[in-house]
Design a protein around this ligand. Structure first.
Ligand SMILES: [Zn+2]
Ligand SMILES: [Zn+2]
Length: 491
């Protein structure tokens, strides 16, 4: 790769979204009144995924306008602002700053935005309360984030604020760290896994250690590095034969889950090939495992180094990562226009062949259900396919209607569906929605709970600094109900 890994990772980190704040953090956007209005409206509508309207999705200039700023061929290139900042501007012991008076212009702009839009959480502003809603204007001296409309309300509600003040301060420092211009050795990822070395997926520490990452000693570095690696490793942690999820009590894997993931593991961990050259030891190379990431957004512009970490977990298998969603090219402006749609490439996929010798990445800017209906990916095979939904907002009042059409299609394939949520509430709302929408006609594969490989870094939502979340905080998995056992016994 042409660019130092740390630049690429830093760039990706500064862009990666937690909900729609991704776009609000973007300088191009903030200086552009109309698209800001669009984004705000969008946030009101709901979070994430398939918010770009169907009729707009192929108009690159539109997407580029909303998500302009910078970046990217395949998400590798650091933005100009980051390049300019690549000289050290903040010392390691100088990371805490008032957002409003931050030495980093981008952070000052975020503070201004909060003051314009974030509501004061003091109970007096509640409907029926003595005061009308008000925007935040007072910055807490301890976390440096504008959190209340006035010093009085901050002081009066101090106990409630105290619950999040430390985390907010950590976010403040992490955001400044990312833009400090320091070198990030933690983004030098580990290479291929030695065949005989066993990866230990008990937690981030054992994982990074057994994968022979550079020792990461600082909590802050751990937070930055896990913010990106959470995407590939969350998938890997479920599919891998050494998965930390199991059917023991508290292991969260269900019997159905064991069946489903055993099928995939059969393909992902093939026996070593015979070394002989005679006919007997010749083996047809199996097709790649297809990992469909639906509603893909920020994850599609992750540095490829990060995605390759998924390939390294399965050194003897081939993986085809397919990123699908109307916003799958967000942050990748330089790759527009998309390839033409041809009979050979009917959905204009951008194919990055061999980002690693066992991994290929395709990106398709379209709704999954549109493609599903054409049978393009047919047939689906539980031994070779799985779906991943990062923070899909299935149950979010504004986005759930967009999943209504997709869900039955996913269930019909009987292929496992991995899903994550930003917070416990976010995840539980999704689970509940699936329960309700399917009338219980699905098999839980992995019980919902905290993701062992969640991002250790917290993020705040600029439109409401009370709203703190972590990338892939929660994780669960399900699939369409299978009845074969019953059928067989009744035959
Ligand atoms: Zn107030
Ligand atoms: Zn505070």
């Amino acid at each position: 790769m042409a660019l130092p890994a740390d630049l690429a990772a830093r760039s990706a980190l500064s862009r990666i979204c937690t909900r729609c704040s991704i776009s609000l953090r973007r300088e191009g956007l903030i200086s552009n009144g109309s698209s800001l209005a669009f984004q705000l409206q969008r946030r009101k509508l709901g979070s994430r995924t398939k918010q770009v309207r169907h009729d707009q999705q192929h108009i690159p200039s539109l997407a580029a306008r909303h998500f302009s700023s910078s970046v990217v061929r395949a998400g590798f290139r650091p933005s100009n602002s980051l390049q300019n900042e690549s000289k050290r501007v903040l010392a390691p012991d100088d990371l805490f700053h008032s957002f409003t008076n931050s030495p980093i212009p981008e952070i000052r702009r975020r503070a201004a935005l909060m003051r314009q839009h974030a509501p004061c959480p003091h109970p007096d502003h509640r409907p029926g309360g003595p005061m009308a809603p008000a925007h935040v204007d007072f910055e807490c001296p301890d976390c440096g984030i504008p959190v209340y409309c006035s010093k009085e309300h901050w002081a009066d509600d101090y106990e409630a604020h105290l619950e999040i003040c430390d985390t907010l301060r950590q976010i403040n420092e992490d955001d400044h760290d990312l833009r400090s211009g320091r070198f990030f050795p933690e983004f030098e990822y580990a290479g291929p896994q030695l065949e005989e070395a066993m990866v230990n997926m008990s937690n981030w520490d054992t994982f990074l250690y057994t994968r022979e990452f550079n020792a990461i000693n600082a909590d802050r570095s751990m937070r930055q590095v896990t913010r990106l690696l959470t995407y590939p490793i969350t998938i890997g942690s479920v599919l891998h034969e050494l998965s930390p999820y199991n059917i023991k009590a508290g292991g969260r894997l269900t019997a159905e889950g064991l069946k489903s993931f055993s099928a995939l593991r059969y393909t992902l961990h093939p026996p070593k090939r015979g070394v002989g050259t005679d006919i007997k030891s010749l083996r047809v190379s199996p097709p790649p495992v297809r990992v469909f990431v639906l509603g893909a957004r920020a994850e599609s512009s992750l540095p490829r180094d990060a995605w390759i970490q998924l390939a390294h977990l399965f050194p003897r298998a081939k993986i085809h990562l397919i990123l699908i969603g109307p916003e799958a090219m967000v942050n990748r402006d330089n790759e527009f226009p998309l390839p033409p749609r041809t009979p050979q490439n009917p959905f204009g996929a951008i194919v990055e062949d061999r980002v690693w010798h066992t991994m290929k990445i395709s990106t398709i800017v379209d709704y999954y259900h549109t493609i599903h209906k054409t049978g393009y990916f047919y047939p689906y095979d539980p031994y070779f396919d799985c779906f991943v939904l990062f923070h899909p907002g299935l149950g979010h009042p504004a986005s759930s209607h967009e999943w209504e059409e997709t869900l039955p299609m996913l269930l019909e394939t009987k292929v496992p569906i991995l899903a994550t949520g930003y917070t416990q509430t976010d995840m539980e709302r999704d689970v509940e929605w699936v329960r309700k929408t399917t009338g219980g006609e699905f098999d839980m594969l992995l019980e919902p709970g905290e993701n062992i490989f969640r991002s250790l870094r917290w993020d705040l939502y600029d439109m409401d600094p009370q709203d703190i979340s972590a990338g892939n905080w929660g994780l669960w998995a399900f699939r369409g109900k299978r009845y074969e056992a019953t059928h067989k016994s009744s035959e």
